[in-house]
Design a protein around this ligand. Structure first.
Ligand SMILES: C[S@@+](CC[C@H](N)C(=O)[O-])C[C@H]1O[C@@H](n2cnc3c(N)ncnc32)[C@H](O)[C@@H]1O
Length: 229
């Protein structure tokens, strides 16, 4: 085993504890089927643990116990599946529009026996999805859309006081600066960069966190006193 492997093994044991075997089985499924099913690129197989699985699982640090979580654009199951393995107390809904990815997610959930996870087919902004998952405590998204667009799709799924946790990497600060006004217009407050997994990962995960506040209501003529008696 190389030093890199040893570091990853120690991190995986710390992050997944007695559910490490489930994480290993998920990595096994992705290694066997991920490329052929168009879920991950061929170069990703070598770095599944450090670039995909561990960095997804640690975002649970941003989530209260027993939170209701929606993972928008789950794709191969990231971050939703590693999160569900590391944090079985969370209730997680994976939202994904593409039929073949939904089929994959259903298979993974069934094979690993992840009873805290459900999979919904659709786009986050569709009314049927909103009807099913609105009022969530946390929405996660990884590699789905730029911050302003993501807030437009995801903030309506949150309860007031809930939070969007977007896995963003090196673009995080720049996206906040660029989209700050749009985020506020969409009912998002205090966009900020946080890191997760600093205690267990060599490269912690960078996320943008946005709190959901009440959406600003457009002022009507009545609000402005036009109809005052
Ligand atoms: C680049 S992939 C990332 C997948 C996964 N989150 C990951 O990190 O590997 C983006 C995913 O977002 C999904 N997606 C795109 N627009 C969406 C929307 N409006 N609502 C929900 N999912 C969406 C796509 O189908 C795709 O699976």
């Amino acid at each position: 085993m190389t030093n890199v492997d040893r570091t990853v093994a120690a991190s995986a044991a710390a992050v997944f504890g007695d559910r490490l075997e489930l994480a290993e089985r998920f990595v096994g499924l992705l290694t066997e089927h991920g490329v052929e099913r168009g879920l991950i690129g061929p170069r990703e197989v070598e770095r599944l643990w450090d670039r995909h699985i561990l960095n997804s699982a640690v975002v649970g640090e941003q989530m209260p116990n027993e939170a209701r979580v929606v993972d928008v654009g789950s794709g191969a199951g990231l971050p939703g599946i590693p999160l569900a393995i590391a944090r079985p107390d969370l209730q997680i809904v994976l939202v994904e529009p593409m039929a073949r990815r939904v089929a994959w997610l259903d298979e993974v959930v069934e094979t690993l026996g992840l009873t805290s996870v459900i999979v919904l087919r659709g786009r986050a902004e569709e009314s049927s999805i909103k009807d099913d998952v609105a009022g969530a405590d946390v929405v996660t998204a990884r590699a789905v859309a730029p911050l302003a667009k993501l807030c437009g799709w995801c903030l309506p799924l949150l309860r007031v006081g809930g939070r969007l946790v977007a896995l963003k990497g090196t673009s995080a600060v720049e996206e906040i600066e660029r989209d700050r006004q749009a985020v506020a217009r969409l009912g998002g407050a205090d966009p900020r960069v946080e890191t997760c997994g600093a205690d267990v990962l060599d490269v912690p995960t960078t996320v943008v966190v946005v709190d959901r506040v009440a959406t600003t209501r457009r002022r009507t003529r009545k609000d402005q006193g036009a109809y005052r008696a």
